[in-house]
Design a protein around this ligand. Structure first.
Ligand SMILES: *Cc1c(COP(=O)(O)O)cnc(C)c1O
Length: 227
């Protein structure tokens, strides 16, 4: 088995154990493989080991890898910060966007989604930890933004996403994820997605209802940003 295949098996065991501990059906959570900074070959290996959903943060890097992997049937998720002049290729080349945090971006994605493609699946990114993190709308803004996004014809609002401040304390991890779940419930919209949990905190996220865990390091190893 390749290292990536071994890592997928290990992460799968962690997910299964967490789902069992939470009394949830294991099919109720998806593993989104975060492949940013990793070569197309790593995605190919993960595909061979059964993964189909891949998350990317950097647009040009993602488009390059998509071009190299056209022979595979993959589902692409954009999970990074979005500049408004980059919305068109995102609307054209992705199936999901997890990082929408303002209406202007949502409006552009809807207007630029090509006719003939399914509506783009959207999660609103919420800044649940406050303070310095610049990405994500505030909890107070979510309701207005969510209801506005449901009116856009070529988007399908699926739920909320968060990247809480990193902490090793499982109590604090769960508190942040619980905040996202409670916010989602308070919207009274038919949403089915909570995109939360990464390599170090997927157990806490699953305990609070995650439906996508976004896993990079635990699948592909540490990232090298030096080159
Ligand atoms: C990089 C990244 C991840 C994966 O983080 P790991 O700690 O490597 O699992 C998940 N979500 C987002 C939005 C990311 O940018």
């Amino acid at each position: 088995m390749s290292t990536i295949a071994e890592n997928i098996a290990k992460v799968g065991k962690r997910i299964d154990a967490a789902m069992q501990a939470a009394n949830r059906e294991s099919s109720a959570v998806g593993l989104l493989a975060v492949s940013k900074t990793k070569p197309a070959e790593a995605i190919r290996e993960a595909f061979s080991a059964g993964l189909r959903d891949f998350g990317e943060n950097y647009l040009q890097e993602a488009l390059d890898k998509q071009a190299q992997l056209q022979d595979l049937s993959l589902t692409w998720h954009f999970i990074g910060p979005i500049q408004s002049n980059k919305t068109r290729p995102i609307a054209e080349h992705f199936d999901w966007v997890h990082s929408v945090d303002r209406l202007k971006i949502a409006e552009r994605l809807s207007a630029q989604r090509p006719a003939g493609l399914e509506p783009l699946n959207i999660c609103l990114q919420v800044n649940v930890s406050g303070e310095d993190s610049k990405s994500g709308c505030s909890p107070e803004e979510v309701s207005g933004l969510a209801h506005a996004v449901t009116q856009l014809p070529n988007l399908r609002l699926r739920g909320l996403m968060a990247i809480p401040e990193p902490t090793d304390d499982p109590v604090q991890q769960r508190a942040a994820f619980a905040k996202l779940r409670t916010l989602q419930e308070s919207l009274n919209l038919p949403l089915d997605t909570l995109s939360m949990g990464m390599s170090h905190d997927l157990e806490a996220a699953i305990a609070e209802g995650a439906t996508w865990v976004r896993i990079g390091t635990a699948l592909f190893g540490a990232r090298d940003y030096s080159s």
